[in-house]
Design a binder for this molecule. Structure first.
Ligand SMILES: C[S@@+](CC[C@H](N)C(=O)[O-])C[C@H]1O[C@@H](n2cnc3c(N)ncnc32)[C@H](O)[C@@H]1O
Length: 268
């Protein structure tokens, strides 16, 4: 089962985008994703296992339970973990809101790019909090589409990005959630909350960032909602296509692109 209103969908193209995103951002987002040996860690909303692979590889002495609502994504996640040869991850199909897990049974919980899709992220965080042992932690990573700026600037590109923000809001999510992580975690009762912005900056001297992030992650994400955006009447086809063209323009030799992710850690 999968959420019908999940804005990015579950296509092969989307799976590739999530994979590209994780590989390109691995160092930026995960240089400090190190947990003490023997930790029991729940990854909620693992998708196709893009982050799972990085976490499992960086923490070979920890045991992960990675869950997702989508059977299809889980099958891909299992396949890629097997292919990588990691044996420290178990997978289960589960809905965060209907999980049947022992309270206080995990040392740490990890969530990435999922709170932004939930109409009730506070509720999810409170459910997850109950599963963490006292003194354990939650790590949440989210983007914030309001943080995208680029050269050359383009009002068309900003309009296309706004469509993604609006569609996600219509589906009950919040594409601007990165800036909200601190208040979210503190209001849910987490202690010692620290949020670190992780800035992606791409220009043509960093070709792996231009390819892996600007083109294959961000622009692909905006392009992916073209039909939904045009069909909904929020934008006309020509304006949207100009916007996407201008986003690719920012990936050319003299273009630059900025985006900020936010990584929050809170203690239970
Ligand atoms: C954008 S993907 C992110 C996947 C992965 N964390 C990553 O960073 O690549 C969001 C995932 O959350 C899952 N999801 C959405 N609602 C869920 C819920 N209520 N319970 C469990 N998983 C959920 C979706 O199926 C999807 O795989």
């Amino acid at each position: 089962m999968a959420r019908e209103d999940y804005v990015h969908g579950y296509s092969i193209k989307e799976a590739k985008r999530l994979g590209d995103q994780a590989v390109t951002l691995a160092e930026l987002l995960h240089y400090d994703s190190i947990f003490e040996p023997d930790s029991k860690i729940l990854e909620a909303g693992c998708g196709i296992g893009a982050q799972t692979n990085i976490l499992a590889g960086k923490n070979p002495q920890c045991n992960f339970l990675s869950i997702d609502i989508s059977e299809k994504s889980l099958a891909q996640a299992k396949g890629s973990i097997e292919q990588a040869g990691f044996n420290n991850v178990k997978f289960a199909q589960a809905d965060i809101f209907k999980m049947d897990l022992e309270p206080q049974s995990f040392d740490h919980i990890f969530v990435c790019f999922i709170l932004e899709h939930l109409p009730n992220p506070e509720e999810a965080l409170l459910i997850l909090k109950k599963l963490i042992k006292p003194g354990g932690s939650i790590t949440a990573i989210e983007g914030d589409h309001g943080s995208a700026y680029f050269y050359p600037n383009s009002s068309y590109a900003h309009q296309a990005i706004q469509c993604l923000i609006d569609l996600q809001a219509q589906a009950g999510g919040d594409a601007l959630i990165g800036r909200r992580l601190y208040p979210l975690l503190t209001s849910c009762g987490f202690n010692n909350v620290t949020v670190t912005p992780r800035v992606v900056y791409a220009d043509s001297s960093k070709s792996e960032m231009v390819e892996g992030f600007t083109k294959n992650t961000f622009n692909a994400m905006v392009e992916g909602i073209r039909n939904q955006a045009v069909r909904s009447g929020m934008i006309d086809q020509e304006t949207f296509d100009k916007g996407v063209k201008d986003l690719y323009r920012a990936a050319e030799l003299d273009g630059t692109f900025n985006y900020t992710f936010f990584k929050a850690v809170g203690v239970n």
